[in-house]
Design a protein around this ligand. Structure first.
Ligand code: NIG
Ligand code: FE
Length: 389
């Protein structure tokens, strides 16, 4: 395999505690890194860099790990900018528009969906995302959810079945019938195509008891649980996520003291999605409070056509810093290693020796520019390792 020397890195963020050297993010200044097509092989001072087959000259720019976006709904057709416009004029978000996307997605051909989803994946990649989780949840029929998962699987290994997104209109008078379909026939058909199972457990979606039943059935079929919780209201979903040892509980906009304590004592990551609060003009989750309580926090785009049509992780970092009182370093960690934890991955989200060689060269001397220059194209180059497992 060819080795590549990335030289003259003004500031290299590795997220490797072993490289701390007095700073918390494993940051090396005036650094170099050697990678091959798969892994990081060496990290150290520029002046000590051993030779390699080829050279990438960072020319005094910053390098950070590739972003790990652990929550997206990329597989959909249509758009809902009219709802966004209405919200900016004062209307509230209640998830009601999901059924519109279900209708347009069901109408789309496989190729139309494939093309639209791949374009969004390209946008994420151009903005520095090197690992992306993708959910189904916009068809809500057995065949449709399988189709969504197959298309997601063409774009990522982190595929999540979200058959329990909302109760579709044809089951409006038979929600128990829909829950039975989800736990039975739909799960059977979907399980081979996914790693994770997710439920939208919130006001207007599924109850804690319904979510528990669905996620336990999914766990029996080998799918690991994660949850959408407390985006719109307080509820018992945080405790449920911890009870099920969910890898991640996502949104966490409305938390009480007990929720924070329970999360802090658990292995469940809180994945915050401030694109949703931005796009729904809602109060932001209290990132500061969660970090201070020792909760492992991830940041993700939640890219979807309703509540967060966002494909820029830099923008998410900027929101976390500006609106959620996270430091720039904390936000960057949450967008990289935190996202990896939310997917229970140890091979991405950091640049320790042996990690996947997924990294970004920024058009800036310091990673701080990710938040300092919102809207600018700060991610200059995205490098993603070849599949290496
Ligand atoms: O994560 N909350 C549920 N699902 C999406 C929104 C879906 C939509 O509005 O289309 C979310 O915000
Ligand atoms: Fe979501």
């Amino acid at each position: 395999m060819t080795t590549r020397l990335v030289r003259d890195i003004a500031e290299l963020t590795t997220n490797d505690p072993a490289l701390e050297d007095g700073n918390p993010r494993g940051r090396v200044t005036n650094a170099a890194m050697i990678v091959n097509e798969e892994r990081v092989l060496w990290v150290g001072p520029n002046r000590d860099a051993p030779p390699a087959d080829t050279v990438i000259d960072a020319r005094g720019r910053a390098v950070v790990p590739g972003f790990v976006d652990a929550h997206t709904h990329l597989i959909f057709a249509g758009e809902r900018s009219d709802e966004f416009e209405a919200r900016m004029a004062g209307q509230r978000y209640d998830g009601g528009g999901i059924s519109r996307t279900v209708a347009s997605t069901r109408r789309a051909t496989r190729d139309e969906l494939r093309y639209a989803s791949a374009r969004r994946a390209d946008e994420l990649r151009a903005g520095g995302v090197t690992t992306v989780e993708i959910k189904s949840g916009y068809e809500l029929t057995v065949a449709g959810e399988v189709r969504q998962l197959e298309l997601a699987g063409e774009l990522s290994d982190e595929v999540t079945w979200l058959g329990a997104h909302v109760v579709p209109e044809e089951f409006a008078h038979d929600r128990d019938g829909y829950v039975d379909l989800v736990r039975g026939e739909m799960l059977n058909a979907c399980a081979p195509h996914a790693t994770w199972a997710d439920v939208y457990c919130d006001r207007g979606a599924f109850s804690v008891d319904e979510a528990r039943a669905i996620l336990l059935a999914a766990r029996d079929r080998g799918l690991a649980p994660r949850l959408h919780a407390n985006q719109l209201a307080h509820g018992g979903a945080i405790a449920l996520a911890v009870e099920l040892d969910a890898a991640s509980v996502d949104h966490c906009t409305y938390l009480d003291d007990n929720d924070v304590d329970v999360l802090g004592a658990s292995a469940t990551v809180a994945t915050l999605l401030p694109g949703a609060e931005f796009s729904t003009r809602s109060p932001y989750p209290d990132g500061r409070r969660l970090v201070d309580a020792g909760v492992c926090v991830a940041l993700a785009t939640d890219c979807n056509p309703g509540s967060s049509y966002v494909t820029s992780m830099s923008f998410i970092i900027a929101l976390a810093v500006r609106e959620m009182a996270m430091s720039i370093d904390e936000a960057l960690w949450s967008a990289t290693r935190g996202g990896a934890r939310a997917l229970r991955r140890d091979d991405v989200g950091h640049l320790s020796v042996g990690a996947r060689a997924d990294f970004l060269i920024l058009d800036a001397p310091r990673a701080a520019h990710l938040a300092y220059r919102p809207g600018a194209r700060v991610v200059a180059e995205t490098y993603r390792a070849l599949r290496c497992d």
